[in-house]
Design a protein around this ligand. Structure first.
Ligand SMILES: Cc1cc2nc3c(=O)[nH]c(=O)nc-3n(C[C@H](O)[C@H](O)[C@H](O)COP(=O)(O)OP(=O)(O)OC[C@H]3O[C@@H](n4cnc5c(N)ncnc54)[C@H](O)[C@@H]3O)c2cc1C
Ligand code: SF4
Length: 507
């Protein structure tokens, strides 16, 4: 039986569940650069370049493997074209009446898949996406009956399920988690390897021209685009990460240095999310680096925890709590996003660095997202809807299933503690300890209130005081509220008045 195989822009894996049954010379691959997907929000220009170019490279690989590929290039005039339209066009061209596709990663797209399946009256086969390492059912069973869904315990189950870094049923080295060794502040003279980057080929150049022509008003710049756009290139990024960065990944995982956006991170999030790399192959290769003696356990365990633990857990949370999760706003945060989120123009050096490089590279590492941009969004009480949309726009790795629980759960506490046991709130001291940003800042990190004080300092206490009713009972915040209890009335008034002044001046 000949079938149409619909492949979406984040399903660019030859091992995709549905494609495993596809037969070269017989079956037809259907792909399209849909206008409503590219413009649903003002995605970063580099994110569109990455996805369109990777799709075109993947289509070429499938043609080289002997498949017929029906590929619809971006067409601004076909703004209403949907996945259903793509399949109907392909069916008209080929007379094929059966369809295979792998379940989409995002909630709204799976709803369309169900509509397509209903329209095609039983001629559609839907496959679960087995690139993820925990099925939705695995997560549901794990979550059943638990009061708290903490990542750490889920992660241990996943280590056991895939037999990763285990000796018998015990963790290698005796501990499950080496995070306490992974918080070294930056030091001068660190030798950070250059990011693995690629020169645009003809396909990518054509896509860049398309983006210049049609997406000029989207976020970010495209000049620095140098990402991998094929599986071979993504594999090279992974290999160079393991060779050059992994040994220091753990120690400096949280560190931030001026004009060093990439540090010892892997820069593979986008490649895993669109299918150029699979999570399991990444984990296995990193595990081998430990057994070969190339990288220490704190780095290897710390890295594997991000993918086998956090990535899978976050996806589990998304599916477990959608669609309600999208509307959660436990702290009733309603403030509009300030304009500097779009242009990086703020006197707060940490934010201007983190947002500036986001504009330039469609990338910021985890701690910049969490403890600088996210922390500010939390303390300033920015609207979860707007913050979610911003994070979905600005990073090349951003897809709703992974962006939303990170933003609403880990950063904003909008989910009332489903993901985080307490809000990740911090004052300027944390930023000063983990970065060199404060040296170049107009504000003074040691000052707590007043004109020159670091805004994170008074906003931190203002946030805790504002939400005292909700947060005082949190056992992890007990000590902090006891410190607040010892503050003088004058100090509290200064905190509140500086915060009011600062927040009302945000445009
Ligand atoms: C507010 C906020 C928003 C985020 N939005 C996204 C997003 O839209 N897409 C996305 O893929 N990641 C997101 N993350 C997680 C993380 O910041 C990125 O995966 C990471 O920065 C990507 O860069 P890297 O490949 O260099 O990661 P590394 O630091 O080298 O980590 C390796 C890999 O671990 C995985 N990982 C690490 N942390 C997480 C996490 N919290 N959730 C899921 N996977 C994780 C990623 O696959 C990543 O590539 C977000 C985190 C925060 C705090
Ligand atoms: S002083 Fe405050 S605002 Fe300035 S860089 Fe440091 S933490 Fe950021």
């Amino acid at each position: 039986m000949r079938r149409l195989y619909l492949v979406m822009g984040d399903q660019l894996s030859r091992e995709l569940a549905s494609l495993q049954d596809a037969v070269p010379g017989q079956d037809v691959i259907v792909m399209g650069e849909l206008s409503h997907e590219a413009t649903s929000v003002r995605h970063h220009k580099q994110k569109i370049i990455l996805i369109f170019s990777a799709m075109r490279h993947f289509a070429q690989e499938m043609r080289d493997a002997g498949f017929t590929v029906i590929y619809q290039n971006y067409d601004a005039d076909k703004s209403a074209a949907s996945f259903a339209d793509l399949l109907k066009d392909a069916a008209d061209q080929t007379d094929i009446t059966d369809v295979a596709m792998t379940r989409a990663s995002e909630y709204r797209v799976t709803a369309w898949q169900d509509e397509i399946a209903a329209d095609w009256q039983g001629n559609v086969q839907l496959y679960d996406d087995d690139r993820f390492l925990a099925t939705k059912d695995d997560f549901t069973s794990w979550a059943a009956g638990k009061k708290q869904l903490r990542m750490e315990f889920f992660y241990r189950e996943m280590r056991r399920k895939y037999n990763i870094l285990l000796e018998g049923d015990k963790p290698v080295g005796g501990q499950w988690n080496y995070d306490s060794e992974n918080r070294k502040p930056p030091k001068s003279g660190l030798s950070i390897p250059p990011k693995t980057s690629f020169v645009a080929d003809d396909i990518t150049r054509e896509v860049i021209e398309l983006v210049q022509a049609h997406f000029a008003d989207h976020f970010g710049t495209h000049d620095a685009f140098n990402m991998a756009v094929s599986r071979d290139q993504a594999l090279l990024v992974l290999q160079k990460f393991i060779d050059e960065r992994l040994p220091d990944f753990g120690s400096y995982q949280d560190a931030m240095i001026t004009d060093e956006p990439f540090m010892f991170h892997a820069h593979i999030g986008a490649y895993i999310n669109i299918g150029l790399l699979t999570p399991l192959e990444v984990i296995k290769q990193v595990e081998i680096a430990y057994y070969n003696g190339h990288a220490p356990l704190n780095a290897v365990e710390g890295f594997i925890r991000q993918i086998l633990g956090w990535r899978e857990y976050i996806r589990g949370i998304y599916w477990h709590f959608m669609p309600d999760y999208a509307a959660m706003n436990a702290l009733n945060a309603e403030r509009n996003l300030p304009s500097f989120f779009w242009d990086g123009k703020t006197a707060m050096n940490c934010l201007s660095q983190s947002i500036g490089q986001t504009i330039e590279h469609a990338y910021a590492h985890h701690i910049q997202r969490l403890m600088i941009i996210g922390n500010f969004s939390l303390l300033a009480g920015l609207s979860p809807k707007q913050v979610n949309e911003w994070f979905l726009i600005v990073y090349s790795d951003a897809f709703e299933w992974v962006e939303m629980p990170n933003v609403s759960g880990m950063v904003l506490f909008a989910d009332d503690g489903i993901v985080a046991s307490k809000p990740y709130a911090a004052g300027g001291n944390y930023i000063d300890k983990m970065s060199d940003y404060c040296k170049g800042c107009r504000y003074k990190v040691k000052e707590k209130t007043g004109e020159d004080a670091c805004p994170f300092n008074y906003l931190y206490w203002d946030f805790l005081l504002r939400h005292e009713d909700k947060l005082r009972g949190n056992p992890r915040l007990g000590m902090i509220y006891r410190t607040a209890d010892k503050m003088s009335v004058e100090k509290i008034e200064a905190i509140r008045s500086d915060s009011r002044k600062f927040l009302s001046a945000l445009k």
